[in-house]
Design a protein around this ligand. Structure first.
Ligand code: UDX
Ligand code: UDX
Ligand code: ADP
Length: 447
């Protein structure tokens, strides 16, 4: 069997590497139009930073795992084609700011229709709005090739930073397909691939629409938990409660559970906001205004949380940042990834720049050019946390990199302008210890 995955991104690359690892008899080709990206996948500096990924790729690369720009050749040769291209939020026209840009998915469908002559299973892997499978089907029908293709939905639930272990031990694999005989046969083919390492009871099969919708709903629920605890963090700051104590107390209720209750500067990443916007757009399309409004609120609280953090910084620095050096520790949207999409750090840096701050950023994985491109050329990039903090009025922890817990804060304090302020946007530091050193230390949801 041959598999081709279109799109060598954060989802396509790691997922295919895991399939290649678990199914040595299957030839897996990951194709992309972006030559630099493919070259990076073929090098020892992968374009995606994920713990354990480099080793995984090296074990299978050029054996049964190939990264290539020969998109058409590999599509034509494959039995199973995964579509794993980006679906960013549309920035123009109808649905701007809400609907997903499906141009890349449509482009893939057209390319598949143009080059394929025999039957194929086509799987949507990208996070897509509900009913994208229908779009793909209608493209195929336009080429009078509808009969050749079975379209399945197999959304990916991996989280960045833990992609390899999530792929190795997924909570579940979800496969949606038609109830027709050929549809069910295609579903079984994909079940058999995952069943090589995922127990059958953890592989859920549904119809296509349930599968598409479940992906959006899973991300909406997760984002909602973060917004819920972040909303409560504001109440904690006002009332004298401590958000970590509250999270611990409610998380012990087995109906609530302890995970995903970490208050922060706000969620980021390529999925949460985009998927909620998709859900909102879908609800509005169906005339479900109240439901749309309910979910939109999750994003509003996220925006509010980022603004609240920025305002606290400005207020604590005597309402002016003009000419003050501000160290930003961490720029990725979470630890253990080099991904910056929708990172709270982007928005916070932009707002602080507006206030006239001199920003110096340190992130262990994000390239300097990317930080500048997302903020301003004026932003300086440091090669260590210590360098960023040297001479700064304030230090802001925006990503929860483990290394930030181990820094020598006494030495950092010595190098900063006094009074030295530290704002822990991830609640990973010991504020009392920092206060003892001499810092004015602030967390999220702590009075
Ligand atoms: C998410 C989903 O978890 C994953 O299942 C889906 O496939 C893709 O979207 P990802 O965006 O990679 O994964 O990371 P995730 O761990 O979900 O974190 C998203 C954002 O929420 C990050 O910015 C993170 O810092 C933030 N977050 C998460 C919190 O602020 N508090 C938490 O308790 C958890
Ligand atoms: C609740 C809390 O669960 C309990 O911890 C607290 O001490 C008091 O309030 P109670 O109101 O007795 O307890 O019942 P609960 O089981 O929480 O149900 C509350 C309502 O939610 C009921 O009308 C129930 O039918 C409804 N519900 C609950 C749902 O509609 N769906 C669910 O999945 C769960
Ligand atoms: P994700 O996080 O969903 O993996 P990325 O943006 O990281 O998204 O990756 C999507 C990849 O898909 C990009 O590298 C892009 O170049 C590639 N891509 C988009 N359209 C096509 C296409 N028609 N053919 C091949 N690759 C494509």
């Amino acid at each position: 069997m041959k598999i081709c995955c279109i799109g060598a991104g954060y989802v396509g690359g790691p997922t295919m590497a895991m399939i290649a690892q678990k199914c040595p008899d299957i030839e897996v080709a990951v194709v992309d139009l972006n030559e630099a990206r493919i070259a990076a996948w073929n090098s020892d500096a992968l374009p995606v930073y994920e713990p354990g990924l480099q080793e995984l790729v090296e074990q299978r690369r050029d054996k049964n795992l190939f990264f290539s720009t020969e998109v058409k050749k590999h599509i034509k040769a494959a039995d199973v084609i995964f579509i794993s291209v980006g679906t960013p939020t549309k920035s123009y026209g109808i649905g701007a700011g809400q609907a997903a840009e499906l141009g890349y998915v449509e482009g893939c469908a057209r390319m598949i229709a143009e080059v394929c002559e025999g039957p194929k299973i086509v799987i949507e892997k990208s996070t897509v709005p509900v009913r994208t499978a229908e779009l793909i089907k209608s493209v195929f029908e336009g080429y009078e090739k509808g009969h050749l293709f079975e379209i399945l939905s197999n959304p990916e639930f991996l989280a960045e930073g833990t992609a390899v272990s999530d792929l190795e031990n997924p909570d579940r694999v979800l496969i949606g397909g038609d109830s027709t005989e050929t549809g069910q046969k295609a579903v079984q083919t994909v079940v058999d691939i995952y069943n090589r390492w995922v127990p059958r009871e953890n592989i859920i099969t549904t119809n296509v629409w349930s599968s598409e919708l479940s992906k959006l709903v899973a991300n909406a629920f997760l984002a909602q938990r973060v917004s819920s605890i972040n909303a409560i963090s504001a109440v904690c700051e006002a009332s004298g409660a401590d958000v970590d104590e509250v999270a611990n107390a409610i998380g012990k209720d087995s109906r609530i559970g302890p995970k995903f209750l970490k208050s922060s500067v706000g969620f980021g990443g390529s999925c949460f906001q985009k998927d909620i916007l998709n859900l909102v757009y879908l609800c509005e399309h169906f005339g479900l205004r109240d439901v749309a409004e309910y979910w939109r609120q999750v994003i509003k609280i996220n925006d509010y949380q980022r603004k609240r953090f920025t305002q606290k910084v400005i207020h604590s620095l005597y309402n002016t940042l003009q000419g003050k050096r501000v160290a930003v520790l961490g720029f990725a949207f979470k630890k253990d990834t080099n991904d910056t999409r929708e990172s709270a750090a982007i928005y916070i840096c932009r707002d602080l720049l507006e206030e006239g701050a001199d920003i110096v950023v340190y992130d262990p994985q994000v390239p300097a050019e990317e930080i500048k491109a997302l903020t301003s050329d004026k932003v300086q990039i440091a090669s260590s946390a210590e360098e960023a903090c040297d001479g700064a009025h304030a230090a802001l922890v925006l990503t929860e990199w483990d290394a930030f817990k181990e820094l020598d804060y006494s030495a950092i304090y010595q190098s900063m302008v006094k009074p030295a302020h530290i704002f822990d946007g991830r609640n990973i530091l010991d504020l009392d210890a920092l206060e003892t050193i001499g810092f004015k230390a602030y967390g999220i949801g702590k009075a």
